[in-house]
Design a protein around this ligand. Structure first.
Ligand code: ADP
Length: 171
């Protein structure tokens, strides 16, 4: 990876709901109705207004993204993206996962955000193998950053050591 791009990518361990960044990304479901994992944590921390707002959006197809305010979160916006459910790797999963990152970053730019934090999309209940997801995710973000001076910084907020190690290895 080009060093000038690598400089704009940061890995941290922790809870994404605590980050004071311009936008955090949620690994949502297509109905945007909240759920478990990072989705549940984001809704709990943002408060009930977030679910009420999501209910007005008409859902979100896999590989796409939608944006809402962050309400009670320290982050200004939540970008809800729907990762692919992993089913062996021959069902367009890599393209869909890449599309989640590209579409989310498109919204980041459109809304003037300088910093954004992603979780490991699809790496929990959706079952994407961590090493593969890390490689695909980093390539998608590096590709976007190569063509765009914004956002200034992309953070991956990895909840556990396994996820952190996978992304560090891929980086
Ligand atoms: P998906 O359905 O896209 O797989 P999950 O929420 O099940 O989404 O998992 C995505 C990743 O988010 C997993 O690596 C999980 O460990 C992680 N995660 C769970 N809670 C948090 C949190 N509060 N902050 C950051 N990452 C989290």
């Amino acid at each position: 990876m080009d060093p000038s791009i690598a400089k704009r990518i940061k890995l941290v361990r922790g809870d994404i709901t605590r980050l004071r960044v311009d936008a955090i990304v949620n690994a949502a479901n297509p109905e945007l109705r909240g759920g478990g994992g990072v989705d549940g944590a984001i809704h709990r921390a943002a408060g009930p207004e977030l679910l009420a707002k999501c209910a007005t959006l008409g859902g979100c197809p896999t590989g796409s993204a939608r944006i809402t305010p962050g309400y009670n979160l320290p982050a200004g916006y939540v970008i809800h993206t729907v990762g692919p459910v992993y089913s062996g790797g021959d069902s367009n999963e890599a393209d869909l996962l890449s599309s989640c990152y590209r579409e989310s970053l498109g919204l980041v730019v459109e809304h003037g955000c300088k910093t954004v934090a992603f979780p490991a999309i699809s790496c929990g209940v959706y079952g994407y193998p961590l090493e593969d997801a890390a490689r695909v995710s980093l390539a998608a973000v590096a590709g976007f950053l190569t063509g765009s001076a914004v956002p200034e910084e992309v953070i991956w907020c990895l909840f556990d050591a396994r996820a952190y190690d996978a992304f560090e290895g891929a980086l």
